[in-house]
Design a protein around this ligand. Structure first.
Ligand SMILES: *[C@@H]1O[C@H](CO)[C@@H](O)[C@H](O)[C@H]1NC(C)=O
Ligand SMILES: *[C@@H]1O[C@H](CO)[C@@H](O)[C@H](O)[C@H]1NC(C)=O
Ligand SMILES: *[C@@H]1O[C@H](CO)[C@@H](O)[C@H](O)[C@H]1NC(C)=O
Length: 197
């Protein structure tokens, strides 16, 4: 009996001390959101791009890894629809030769598929269907690669969207890395535990 109450007292004192530390230094005891972003991005293949996207998003403040992945998927959706739009503008250019025109037509199809796959991935995230996200994001990356390869089939022709495709591909790689971490854990973890299994 006595032992139990001593233990209880010890716990009470310990937690009071803990709150005192918290009050004195609100940042220290827990992993802050900035730390979560830093750790998450350093676990992806494109740390700088990841940081620049998440640090400039107003929605990343205070969210967990699930929320950060959602932000990244919305950025990918925006990106892929801008690429699609740009391809339509390019195709409107009447001075295009037949080969280029055909490439652009194929690319429009590829990027329409990619758009659908990213949208499906956003839905899959709501259901925590991480395996589906991995499948669809990988498919979207493949669509981008197929489009790029089309331009290489004839000499003296260059992809007019090579830079855009590259960024989209990198964003997809970041999403795959984030989804991998998510699929190993629980969506509510936003402490250092996330990176410790
Ligand atoms: C994040 O949100 C907290 C309150 O929840 C606020 O004090 C802080 O200034 C915000 N930081 C940024 C960078 O917006
Ligand atoms: C894709 O997103 C990145 C990061 O937000 C941005 O720098 C880039 O301009 C976007 N690309 C297009 C085509 O919008
Ligand atoms: C294509 O050109 C037509 C006629 O010049 C114009 O009305 C249309 O808005 C253009 N579409 C795009 C996607 O630029």
């Amino acid at each position: 009996m006595k032992l139990i109450s001593i233990a209880a007292m010890a716990i009470t004192v310990l937690s009071m001390t803990h709150f005192q530390i918290l009050a004195d230094n609100p940042q220290k005891p827990f992993l802050t959101n900035a730390d979560l972003i830093t750790k998450t991005c350093s676990s992806t293949p494109y740390n700088d791009l990841c940081l620049s996207i998440l640090e400039s998003s107003p929605n990343s403040n205070g969210t967990d890894l699930y929320g950060l992945t959602e932000i990244m998927l919305y950025i990918a959706a925006e990106n892929v629809s801008l690429i699609h739009e740009h391809l339509m503008e390019l195709q409107n250019n009447t001075e295009m030769d037949t080969f280029m025109d055909e490439c652009l037509t194929d690319c429009l199809e590829n990027y329409q598929d990619a758009t659908d796959q990213i949208e499906d991935s956003i839905t899959a995230l709501e259901f925590k269907a991480y395996h589906d996200i991995k499948t669809w994001v990988a498919a979207a990356m493949n669509d981008g690669a197929v489009c790029e390869n089309g331009f290489k089939e004839k000499p003296d022709h260059k992809s007019p969207i090579v830079e855009m495709s590259k960024v989209f591909d990198q964003i997809c790689s970041i999403i795959l890395a984030m989804t991998n971490i998510l699929s190993q854990g629980n969506r509510n973890m936003n402490s250092e535990d996330i990176f410790n299994f």
